[in-house]
Write a protein of this length. Sequence first.
Length: 157
Amino acid sequence: MHVLIATTGVLSPEPVVEFTRQLLGQHGKVTLITVIEVPRKFLDDLQQNRGATEGNASDAAADKYLQERGQRLVEPVAQALQGARIPYEVIYLDGADPSIAISQAAADLGADVVILGATRPIFDKDAWESVSARVMIECGKPVLVVPGPPEKGDDPG
């Protein structure tokens, strides 16, 4: 079983670890991803203002941005997986449309299931435009959507 976990930093780590553990069984693979739109124009302008030339400096700045931002976004889930002793691989994806990038990654990596979070109520009429809903429609793989943590004042019952 290959579990693909997609996060933007708001995914609740505890239920993700529990679902992942149940899905993996004795053998399995976990890939943790996040999708970040790298602001290439901004980074290019910044590099030029610092006197760097085009090409490698621009690519290096984009890679550094992707790595630094990606690490912050996956950190809560990565720490929870480490704490549960579940091995995983991390991939940071550059993309303007997270739903397309997640769906493509699921296909490219041969994932059996995708776990991602819902940042708004999934049955709200506007939610069908969300990344979660679009991945469910576009992915072609089973998708487990984990709700975000309850907001203060929400009735737990």
